[in-house]
Ligand binder design. Structure first.
Ligand code: UD1
Length: 423
């Protein structure tokens, strides 16, 4: 199994360019199933999760071509299967995003129920509830392993759907199911993440009639068919946040290019509270961690525009290095503190009680053998490794490669001492 070796590095300096967003490109790829015409997506990052989504689309009948370094074209003249294979769903939860498009275009979808994952139970009842309100009949297999959604004789019918929680995936799946429905659908208490807006923009380019994406009420007027479209994926705000924190934790100065500063507001606000100087341009952000002392802050993860849960663990790694005591409260996932014990091994002083962690900052971190327990926790380990004395060996890095493009290359370009070894 491959590992990352991270050595204590000096302040990171230079420029880094952010890739297209993982959490935007996956739903965009799923949405291409809604048309029989060619769709072209630009700024597609090279990631394990993107490759898996390509496999899923191919298994359903899509023809996918690489048109250059970061561009793919997808054409699904006909959908050959409405069933997803178990191993594909178990390898990536986002594979469930093909449910909405399959139900919309073929009136039927059958998938293995995704189990829980490292960070929580992650059920899909909100997705199913939405499909049901649009008129689909939902049945689960006797052993509860599979779920099937089948549209009624007239297809899906627009209606009003209130989400008990603004789930990102449920909002995307329901939006994609509703675009070809008869009549108008309203999703209330919808997720407001930038990735939802990106998906709505792409669907509208395909001929959908969606308004209100980015607010808590999305209105989708059904249309009979969608055509092909071309779209560029938005920059990855979580990758950007990770490099902002890399600059801060090493007390370096990094210019982060190809970002949408508006999407980074909660991260910028919290880093400024800690004493990091941040200057936001139109499409870049200069992060100065080298100007004076940095101090503790408190964080509570929330749906957008609140503080993103995906940046909670990298931020916690940073908080172990500032002066004073910080509190982190995780409200989005019930089990997202697995990085705490790994940071503890490195000498961090963090106590948890339920969904609250208290971090005593200013501790001396020491390199040791740690595990990337999930994608973002892996990034947290790398950040801690950059400032820990000696050498940090990180196992299970396949998690990191699911979601960060050219990770080693980008970090090395800023002066980080990080290498990949095959154990
Ligand atoms: C997406 C992101 C993920 C991010 C998360 C929250 C993608 C591919 N992944 O995941 O990186 O951490 O948003 O910002 O975009 N829930 C239910 N029932 C449901 C659906 C969700 O209880 O039917 C719960 C989940 O268990 C979780 C919370 O809602 O506790 C948030 O989940 P959700 O917003 O759906 O996240 P994902 O779309 O899975």
């Amino acid at each position: 199994m491959a590992k990352y070796i991270v050595e204590q590095s000096g302040p990171l300096r230079g420029e880094v360019s952010i890739s297209g967003a993982k959490n935007a490109v996956l739903p965009l790829m799923a949405a291409t199933l809604l048309s029989d015409e060619e769709c072209i997506i630009d700024a597609v990052p090279h990631l394990a999760d993107v490759n898996l989504m390509k496999e899923i689309l191919a298994s359903l009948g899509s023809e996918i071509e690489e048109n250059g370094e970061n561009t793919i074209s997808v054409r699904t003249e006909d959908i050959l299967s409405t069933e997803l294979q178990k191993d594909l769903v178990s390898r990536m939860r986002a594979s469930i995003l093909v449910m909405g498009p399959l139900l919309a275009r073929k009136g039927r979808v059958r998938i293995p129920l995704p189990g829980g994952c490292a960070i929580g139970a992650r059920p899909i009842e909100l997705h199913l509830k939405g499909f049901e309100i649009l008129g689909a009949i939902i049945t689960k297999s006797e052993d509860n392993d599979y779920v099937e959604a089948v549209a009624g004789g007239q297809g899906l019918i627009g209606d009003q759907i209130y989400l008990d929680f603004p789930s990102v995936g449920a909002t995307e799946n329901i939006m994609m199911a509703a675009v070809l429905a008869e009549g108008t659908t309203y999703i209330e208490n919808a997720a407001e993440e930038p990735e939802i807006v990106d998906l709505a923009n792409f669907l509208n380019k395909m001929g959908a009639k969606i308004r209100g994406a980015g607010t808590d009420t999305i209105r989708i007027e059904g249309v009979p068919r969608l055509h092909g479209a071309k779209h560029t994926v938005i920059p990855d705000r979580i990758e950007a946040g990770t490099f902002m924190l890399a600059a801060a934790i090493t007390r370096g100065a990094v210019n982060i290019r190809n970002v949408e500063p508006d999407h980074l507001k909660p991260i910028i606000a919290k880093m400024r509270e800690c004493g990091v100087r941040i200057e936001a341009g139109d499409e870049d952000i200069m992060v100065r961690g080298d100007l004076g002392p940095q101090i503790a802050t408190d964080i509570k993860t929330l749906p957008y525009p609140g503080f993103p849960t995906d940046i909670q663990s990298p931020f916690m790694a940073y908080l172990t290095t500032v002066n004073g005591t910080s509190t982190v409260i995780e409200t989005v996932f019930e089990n997202r503190f697995m990085h705490v014990s790994q940071l503890g091994k490195m000498g961090a002083q963090i106590e948890t009680a339920g969904n609250r962690a208290v971090i005593r900052g200013g501790t001396h971190l020491r390199g040791c053998n740690v595990i990337a327990t999930d994608l973002r926790a892996g990034a947290a380990m790398v950040l801690a490794g950059l400032v820990a004395e000696g050498r940090t060996e990180i196992a299970d890095i396949y998690h990191i490669e699911r979601g960060y493009e050219r990770f080693i290359e980008k970090f090395s370009g800023l002066g980080a001492r990080i290498t990949k070894i095959d154990d």
